[in-house]
Ligand binder design. Sequence first.
Ligand code: IMP
Length: 460
Amino acid sequence: MCDPGAVFSLRPRIFQLEFELSRGRTAVIVGAQWGDEGKGKIVDVLTQTFSVVARYAGGHNAGHTVIINGKKFILQLVPGGVLRPECISVVGNGVVIDPLAFLKEVASLRAANVKVDGNLFVSNRAQVILPYHRMMELGSENAPGRVKIGTTSRGIGPSYEDKMGRRGLRVADLLDTQLLRTHVENACREKNMIAHALFNSEPLDADKMFHEYAAAAEELRPFVRDTALLLNRALAEGKSIVFEGAQGTMLDIDHGTYPFVTSSSATSGGAATGTGVPPTSIDTVIGITKAYCTRVGGGPFPTELLDAQGEDLRKRGNEFGAVTGRPRRTGWLDLPLLRYACMINGISWLVVTKLDVLDHLTEIPVCVSYKVDGSEAEEIPAQACGYEKIECVYRNMRGWAMPTQEIRTVEGLPAAAREYLSFIEKETGAKVAMISTGPDREQTILVPEFISALGLKSQQ
Ligand code: IMP
C-alpha cells in the first residue's frame, strides 16, 4: 500500500518564489495561528502599492486597532484599506454583515474625516446578521450539554448556519423592503419558538426589528455593489488586490481545531469563494504569525503556558482581545502548527509580528515537533481530543536580550534574533517577508527580497 508520508511531508517545501511573484499582483493575507497575529498592520503597510483591499470571511468578530489622526479605532468589518483614500475597500460576499455595526463603524470613520464614500463597497451577496442570531448564540453557548466555544457573541455562527441552511437574508434582500418584512416576520416566529423552547429566551419583536433594519438598509444602500464583478473588473484593468483574511488558520471551520473554531473559511481558499475572484487569479499567500502564540476562547493549544511565564507574555504583548477585551491565552511558537498553516494556505511568505515581545528573554523555547505515545507525529489531529495526547518537543533558541523596537533593517537585528527568524524559515520552507517590532507603522522591517518581489516601495 502507498504510504502518503513517503511522498509528501509537512517539512519544508521550497517554492518557486521569483516565478510565482513576477506575475503576482494579488496576495492573500492570512493568519497562520488563531487570529490576532497583526494582519491589520500588515495590510496597512501593503496598501501602499495595492489598489484594492477585499475582506473575504468572518464578521465583526474580527478587530484590529488603528490610530487615525491620533484617535484610536477598532476596525471590525471595514477593511484596513479604508485608511488610504486612494484605495478601494470591499466587504466580500463571504463576510457576514451586521448592518448596525457596519454603519456605526462608518459613522466613527466619517467623524474622524476618513473617506468612506465612493471607496468602500459591500457585497450584495453577503449574509446579514440579525438580532435573532445573537439570541440563538447566547442561548446555545450557555445551554447545558453544549460544547462551550467561547464565541465573541456577535451572532456570527448562527448567521453562517442560516446561510448554509439556505434560509439566510442577503444584503440584496435587505434592500428589498417587502422581502425584508416577510423574512423578518417568518424568521422571528421560528427563532422565537426555538429559543423559547430550548433556552427560555425572551421573544424578539419582529415589527420593531423590521423598521430598524429597513432604515439601516437605506443607509447601507449606497455602499452595496456586485463586488465580484467590481473585483474581477479591477483585475482586468490590471489593478492589484490584497485579500484580507480574518481570524486565523486554526480557527478555520474545516482546517482548524474543530469545534473550537469560527464558522467561516478563514484560510486562503476562502478568498476565492468569499469574493468571487477565481483561485487562478490569486498569485501569492502571505501568512502572518506572531513570534509566539496566542488564542482567545476555548479549545486546544499545545504550547500554552499556564504559568507566570504565560502571564508575563500576556502583559508584555498586551494580549487582550480587541473586540471582547478578554485576556488571550499565551504560549511558545508552535512549528508543527505553522508548517500545517503553510501547507493548508500555500504560504510562500511569512510575516513575523511582535518579535519585540521576546526582547527580554535569554532563552526562547520553540516547539519543533509533536510526539504521540513516544513517536514523532506529523499529522495534526482531526479531533480536539487528539491534542490531549500530544507531547510538545521543544528546542531552546538563544534569546537576544536587547530591545529591537527601533531597529529598521534585518542586518541591524541582533544575531540571535536573525537566527530565530532563519530557524522559522528553515522549519517551514516559507521566506520571512517582514518583521514587526512594535505597533506603529514604522516599527516594521521589510525584507529587501520581498520588497522587490511585490514591487513595494521601501519605507526605510
Ligand atoms: P465566533 O467567531 O464569535 O463564532 O467565535 C468562535 C471562536 O473564534 C472563539 O474562540 C473566538 O474567541 C474566536 N475568534 C473569533 N474571531 C476572532 C478574532 O478575530 N481573533 C481571535 N479569535 C477570534
